[in-house]
Each structure stands twice: as structure tokens, then as C-alpha cells.
Write a protein that binds this ligand. Sequence first.
Ligand code: DGJ
Length: 729
Amino acid sequence: MPISYNEPLQVFRLDTPRTTYLMGLAGSEGFLGHIYYGPTVPDDDMRYLLRLEERPGTPDSNPRDRASFFDCFPFEYPSWGGGNFREPCLRVRTACGGGNCILRYVSHRVLSGKPGLEGLPAAFGAEDQCETLEITLRDAEAGVQVVLLYTVFEDTDAICRSARIENIGDAPLEIDSALSAALDMDNEDFDLITLHGSWAREQNIDRRPLASGKQSAFSLRGISSHQFHPFLALCQRGAGQEHGLVYGLSLIYSGSFLVQAETDQFKQVRAVAGIHPDGFSWRLEAGGRFQTPEAVLVCSDAGLGGMSRSYHDLFREHLIRGQRKRRPTLVNSWEACYFDFDHERLLQLGREAARYGIEMLVVDDGWFGKRDDETTSLGDWRVNERKLPGGLKRLGEELAEMGVQLGVWMEPEMISPDSDLYRAHPDYAMTIPGCSPTLARNQLVLDLTRKEVRDCIYEQISSVLRSAPISYLKWDMNRPLTDVYSGVLPPERQGEAGHRYILGLYELQERFVTDFPAVLLENCCSGGGRFDPGMLYYSPQIWTSDNAEAVDRLTIQEGSALIYPLSAMGAHVAACPSHVNGRVTPFRVRGRVSLPGCFGYELDLDKLSPEEQGLIPQQLGEYEQFGPVFRDGDYYRLASCRENHTYDAFMAVAKDKSIAVVNFVQIRSRAYRRSLRLKLAGLEERSRYRLRGSEEVRTGAGWMNGGLLMEAALCEYFSELAVLERVAD
Ligand code: DGJ
């Protein structure tokens, strides 16, 4: 059983395939402390790591000095009060306005499977795949109860954690902070890794030594954001791609968040993740409950690659629902024609798609209302008959005759001040009474905290989808939340508005996936501004970045693949010179960069040179052949052009180890005539593998230790796919 409780020792034990997580009760007051998280240990009794002997003991054994206990005890779910001056997970104010909360163990139970989290995306698992531990803690004086949830999966080294806060008193409670999880550990010479960026430059990997004090990544933008990512990793200083100890902490959430590592006076580290406390508060009435989003912990002693593979497995098998497997190839109209299209132009794009066997045409922004630019019509989701006479229905039917499916773009959370919806319901926009709202991209955000607003938008989305043969929806979101205010909350509860917006968004997307299971959903937020695990629960793929230029994309995709499976990344061959950075890259290389993701084109197929046109069948063929290995296999990063500035290489190995594909892309010429030696990874040591197209056969151990020689290419751009197939003995 992955979860057990050693009653005499009062120690909880969670086992994943390769890791152990121990926590235990300290003192008769029942404080729950974190004991150990790391590679599997058979021992239950590691309580010495609580170091109770080194300190003045627990408060019940040394009531004179409670404060110093709280100041250093590794709380499993730290709350504010008593002397815990480090970041708390929970901060409440009771009716008197005071804010101390001292949580003690009350009870626990173990469940088969994993209960869902009400209103929130969360990992899932069947009864024979996982177990869930519920630990109840309580502060009876404050009237606060906390139920900690831990789920352990049999097939992956990930642990899901969340907390449910309950008001068991008679008066309302104000929650000022309710983070999802904390992990207290010794600082084993850790580096901190976070992801940062901006529009068109998402998911840059940032690694630096962990210093004293607090270091965080966060969003206060109401979206998970381009700027930071709801994830951090702590890794031992020398840890590399396939060696060394690494801890990952990721949050299944799409709004403002905080992930933070804090080093205290004793060099203990507290890593936390949750909804950002700034601007957040929640009124909990007597008897009420608040459920935090879920955090996902991963520990790997096989370096960053081990961590990535655990996240990939968890997200693929236990978070992404519905159409997890093959995704259709597509051509998207955005970079091909922006707002400048009509029925005939789209049909022509469709004809080109049909000619090559591209399966879908996605009509991006501009098909509705009076929208010919960014200034108008969001909220008026009726087809523009001037551009598309006969509507999406006629277009969809004519495309279907050519064997091409139809996809559409929408931005359901938005409203243009110049729209019929705004003229009829200006109050539907999220604004602060008496304050002029801030426009971004000429638009305002709808107040999704209101049911009638959600219903109105949902009606519009569903009538669009029912009006035509539509197989795919790109759900875009192009601005942060600035005027965060809910039209249904009283002034003293406005701190709930940001989170309630996200709950409204989740409810809308849940309705969508329930009512339209056959329509493939791709989330998007000006590119990768909401590329997070929360969104992945609803859409199996997310548009990774508006920057599809090959060189920049390598870095963006490397950062994304640190936690997300390749199957989650929308990746298109875009127009050239790049509309984003002006760089000129060969069509072949753009294809190879996009190949591992959800493949498509974002350009005018008509404008391609004959040579480029000639490459399309090869690209589609490679996607068909190797897509399954990239989508479902194990990911190993071999080299990073972010570090070497010259070439990028990773490989995917099928789960049954029968085939592996190395994707190599060179972006700068190397001025020496010598091949590169790439040491492969993830193969079965004793099996023999043949390099496709050659007579070279070596054992897995041979390829991994000897490596693969990649020819010296005396040119700026070069790409190669090396395929290794296991040969029968
Ligand atoms: C931002 C998206 O990231 C783009 O792909 C495109 O859909 C535009 N919005 C359309 O307005």
C-alpha cells in the first residue's frame, strides 16, 4: 500500500515507485511535522530529522518556550501564529480581528482513489491507481479545521497535495492566505529553478543558488502569466540533466499565484505554492469550507530529466482528459491573413490544406461581429456575413467536402466597449465602481464571477458550435485582469473576486468539455500567458507562444518541456521572415522544431516556394510516424542551445523502449570540421538498436556511453532526426 500509518511511532508514510515521504506527530499536542521526502527509504522511524532533541522540545514538554519551537519546527502545513514567522500556508482572522491559528492533529483516514476538488481542476486516478490520505488538523479556539489531502499514485513519482479550510466556529472567519502546500527541508546546497519570460519569450529557465530569505516567482495579473510560471524546483548544486537530487513544486491553477522558497536562520528551506495572498481574502461563514488548488510535488534523484518525466507522466495519465492522443494537423489563418480574409480566401487556404492532407483549417480572430481589427466586437459571437456569407456552416460544409475539418477561434472572457454586448450590458464588464477601467488591447474583461454573465457567454459559444460542423475551438485570452471587482460581492468581500473569476472560468470550460466532448479545445493566452496545469485539465493542448520562430522557439519549448509533455504544446511552422522577430530560418528547420508538438502551419500555404511546398509531405509524414513517440514516450534532453548557443538536441524513447527518436537542430555554424558526440539516454542497456538508414547496430549501453556522432554541418541551420530501432536478438 502506498500510504500507511505507523501508530506506535505516529508516523505517516507515503511511497511512490521511487520516493518516500514521511511526516509525523511531535509532542502530545499533536503538531504535524515534515520528516523526510526523498529517494525511497525502508525506515519508518526517521523522526530524528525533526531534531526535537536539539531544541527546547515541543511546547507541551517545555511550555516556557513555545515561540522558539514554532520558529523552527518543520510544519507540514504551517499556519500563522505562536511564533511561526516564516511564510505560513494559512493566515486567518477570527471575529475579534486577531490572527493566531495553532493547528493540531485530530484524525486521519485513507481512501482508495482520489476524490475530485469541487470547482477546481485536479489530478484524477482510479481506485486501483492511487490512494488518498486525509489528515484533519484543528485549532478549536480559533474555530478552524484544516483537512490536508495527499494522493499517491502507483505509476508515477508525484504526490498531489491540497488543503480544505473549514470554519467550525459560530462566527465568520476571514482567510487572508490559504496556500496549497509547504515543504520544509534542510538546504542541501540547493539551486532554485523558476521559469520567467514575457510575451513571445515565455518559459525561460532561470537557475541560481538559493540565498537567505525569500525568493519567489508569482503572478498578480489574474492569469498565470507570461512573466512567471506556477512552478519551482530545488536541486542540489551539482544536479544535472540525468543525475542529482531535484524537488519540483507545481500548482494546478491559472490565476494569480505564489511559488516561493524561503531560507531561514537555520538554513532550513520552506517551499510553498498557492494562490497569491496579495489582494486575496475569503470570508468563510460558520460551517463554510474553502478548497485550495492542488500542488504537485515531484522528487527525483535522476536529475532534472527524472523530474520532467514524472511530471509528464502525471499530467498525461492523471490530469489531461479526453483527446490525449493524436491531434489533427492544421493550418491557422492568423499569420496567414490576420483580419484580412473572406470566404474565398479561407476556402483557398482549405484547398491548399486538402492538397497536402492537412486535416483542419482554423479560422482565427476576425470572423464575427464587425471585427476587422482589434478595436471591436468581442462579446458579439455572431458570424460576420459580409466576410463569410453563409456563415461558418457554409464554410464548414465546403471544407468537409474537401476532407478538411473546421476549427474556430474565440475569446469568450472578453468584451469590447464597441460591441452590442457592451451597449446592452455595460455592467457585464469587470470594472470598479467609480473608477475608469484600464483598457488592454482595447478590451475589457467580463465579470465571470456572475452567473448570468457566464450563462450569456456560454449560450453564445454553444450556439456557434452548434451552428456549423466545428471540430476544434481555440479559446484565447489577451489581457491581464486590472480592475478586479465582482458585481455580486459586497465591498468587504472583494478580496474573493480574483479567485472567483478563475472558478467562473473553470466552470465555463467544464461545461464546454461536458457538452462538446468531440470538439478539441486548445487554450491560448496571447501565446503562453496561461500555459499551466489548470488549463491542461480542460484542454489537452495549449498554444505555447505567439513566437513560432524556430530559434526562439527552441528555448521556449525547452522550458515548457521541463514540466509539460510535448503533447501539450501547440507548435506551428510559421511565416518567414518571422512576424515576431524578423529572423529568417529554413522551412525544414521550422518543421523539425514544431514536429514534437501539436503540429500545424501558421502561414499562407500559397506563398511557399516550390521547394518548401515539396517539404510539406515529408513533414506531415514525420509527424505521422514519430508523433506517437514524442507524444507518449519518455523525454530526455541531450543538449540545450540556451546553454551552448549552437545546437539543441533531445530524444523521446517509446515506453516499451522499442524505438527512440533524436531531434537535433543546429542554429549556428560551427567553424570546425568535427562531428558532435551526443550521448543518448533512456535506452535498454542490453538491447541492440539499429540507427535507421545505416548499418550501425549497438547496444543501448553502447549508444548511451559511446554516443551518436552527429555530422559536422558547415552551415548556419541544420536539422537531423536520428531514429534508433531495437533489433530482435
Ligand atoms: C493571440 C493569440 O496568441 C494569437 O495566436 C492569435 O489568436 C491572436 N491572439 C488573435 O487575436
